[in-house]
Design a protein around this ligand. Structure first.
Ligand SMILES: NC(=O)C1=CN([C@@H]2O[C@H](COP(=O)(O)OP(=O)(O)OC[C@H]3O[C@@H](n4cnc5c(N)ncnc54)[C@H](OP(=O)(O)O)[C@@H]3O)[C@@H](O)[C@H]2O)C=CC1
Ligand SMILES: O=C([O-])CC(=O)C(=O)O
Length: 442
């Protein structure tokens, strides 16, 4: 049964003008329904002679030549399938060159919010077509197919390709962005560092895969916890990629800090700027109220309750993630996805004059005396080219210095725990007691 004749120009769906497609990788894990997706993408020059049909044993459309014979080498799925309309292609000439974005843990909670923002153009812009490369595992491959179907049903014009698979060496091929989310989340009462053992391996393997097959200038954002040390593991396993390109997500902490300051000052949160999170994405992180500003004025001038800044404010940001787990039963997902969007946008758009943003970056060459060879959250600025520079002249007083040192010590201890994953010998793990308890927890 022919679903559509693609030799006839269609105008009702944006995808009908696209060369979009969905593919799956890592053949051994696939259900029969999606096996046909393994075949190579359609060749553009022949696409106008191809139509879609539904195969007998499932609902997925299969590419058919206009002479009626099923194409055995180049097949496709649904609206990502195949249409290629010359007029529409003219209209999209103003678009930029497509970029490839890998997302791991793509069937997880955070991704479920993030993928649709990426595909909508809200992150990379309305003239930036994207290909999504979704990494899952055997346990999630069915769910990943479901995610791909929802992306398909969303008819995003900018979403030109979707690949799903379980092998990072296939999924990371030529990616310009890698958003590494897939990792076990913590539960109530757990410290993020308790995930070091379980999650560290994932980031060693994915670092190796990125090193082997990603674009040489790939930007990597590590979200899976403990994200600073996972980012360090990842970059150590990817020596061909500049260490500067690796980030650990601390933007959620920045956003949380801005929210708390705005609440206290009674202003809308867009009035809070220059918010630095120093250190680890953990309870030792340091939300810097000394250098942050409200309506352009130092926070300490606007909020005169300095005891609250040092204690209440700081602790509320440090423990916000844990409190959320306690309330919601699982870790933050929607706000994390929003903060990933913010983190990427901060790298692909110029930073407003006088402001900065926080991201966990490699410490080598930092001007603050923070130990080298760590991934540490610091203030950064970008010209919008995907790269960043550290802000070099932020004031550090004794209060900040002491607390930054505590977070630094924690990261140095985490690093020792993963020495076997960073190529630095035998791991020795002594993280010491950490107060992760929240009011009400035992
Ligand atoms: N940096 C930050 O600010 C934040 C970081 N996080 C972290 O992000 C990560 C993902 O969170 P979220 O999307 O909510 O989690 P989900 O449990 O919804 O999804 C996580 C995905 O990770 C993969 N995974 C890999 N190993 C494991 C494992 N041992 N157990 C469970 N899942 C595993 C799974 O995908 P598959 O089977 O396909 O591999 C799963 O779908 C967590 O590590 C969480 O702590 C969360 C909030 C904020
Ligand atoms: O707290 C967690 O485990 C999840 C997380 O990183 C956060 O919400 O900040």
């Amino acid at each position: 049964m022919a679903m559509s004749d693609l030799s006839t120009p269609k105008t009702t769906s944006p995808f009908l003008h696209s060369s979009s497609r969905l593919r799956l990788s890592s053949k051994s894990h696939l259900s029969n329904q999606f096996r046909h997706l393994l075949l190579p993408p359609l060749h553009r020059t022949s696409v106008s002679k191809i139509s879609c049909s539904v195969s007998q044993n499932n609902q997925a459309p299969v590419a058919v030549q206009d002479n009626g014979s099923v194409k055995t080498k180049k097949e496709c799925y649904g609206v990502f399938c195949l249409t290629y309309d010359l007029k529409a292609e003219e209209e999209t000439k103003s678009w930029k060159k497509m970029i490839n974005i890998a997302v791991s843990g793509a069937a997880g909670m955070i991704s479920n919010h993030l993928l649709f923002k990426l595909a909508s153009g809200a992150v990379f812009g309305p003239d930036q077509p994207i290909a999504l490369k979704l990494l899952g595992s055997e346990r999630s491959i069915q769910a990943l197919e479901g995610v791909a179907m929802e992306l398909e049903d969303s008819l995003f014009p900018l979403l030109r390709e979707v690949d799903i698979g379980t092998d990072p060496y296939e999924i990371f091929q030529d990616v310009e962005w890698a958003l590494l989310i897939g990792a076990k989340p913590r539960g109530p009462g757990m410290e993020r560092a308790a995930l070091l053992d379980i999650n560290g391996q994932i980031f060693a393997e994915q670092g190796k895969a990125l090193n082997a097959v990603a674009s040489p200038n790939v930007k990597v954002l590590v979200v899976g916890n403990p994200c600073n040390t996972n980012a360090l593991i990842c970059l150590k396993n990817a020596p061909n990629i500049p260490a500067k390109n690796f980030h650990a997500l601390t933007r959620l902490d920045e956003n949380r800090a801005k929210c708390q300051l705005a609440l206290k000052a009674g202003v809308f949160y867009d009035k809070v700027s220059n918010m630095t999170i120093w250190g680890n994405h953990s309870t030792t992180q340091v939300p810097d109220f000394l250098n942050a500003r409200i309506n352009g004025r130092p926070v300490k001038e606007v909020i005169t309750d300095h005891k609250w800044l040092e204690e209440g404010f700081t602790e509320s940001v440090q423990k916000r993630g844990g409190l959320l787990i306690q309330k919601w039963g699982r870790s933050s997902a929607a706000s994390t996805a929003v903060s990933i969007v913010d983190a990427i946008k901060s790298l692909v758009t110029p930073t407003p004059e006088g402001d900065w943003f926080s991201t966990g970056v490699y410490t080598n060459g930092n001007p603050y005396g923070i130990a080298e060879d760590l991934v540490f959250s610091m203030p950064c600025r970008s010209t919008g080219d995907g790269d960043y520079e550290l802000v070099k002249d932020v004031e550090i007083d004794d209060y900040l210095r002491q607390r930054i040192a505590k977070s630094e010590a924690e990261l140095l201890a985490e690093k020792k725990c993963v020495a076997h994953l960073t190529g630095e010998g035998i791991a020795y793990c002594d993280l010491g007691p950490v107060d992760t308890m929240l009011p009400g927890e035992v």
